[in-house]
Design a protein. Sequence first.
Length: 104
Amino acid sequence: MLLQIPTTELLTYIIGAALLLALLIILIFALAFYRLAGSKVETNAENEADEARNPVLVPKAESQAFSLEEITDEDMMVAALIATIDFAEETKKDVRLLSIRQIG
């Protein structure tokens, strides 16, 4: 048994509900976009502040070029790879291994 609602009122109700749903979706999208855009600006500002506080020391260009012969065992190779990967992820810049020493 169908409700005894005139078709014009039903049509008005459906259009109103659809417009309300569309407005809600647009509001959620705008808030999500604002949140994403705001977090990237803050992240860039934090990275610049970190670089200002912790400058990267670059050795003199006069030092010898790095060669694979300086790596003497597997542990040394793994340590060098992990250190360069971590540093590259932290600074978001290109990284070059300049020297390596064995400790102990």
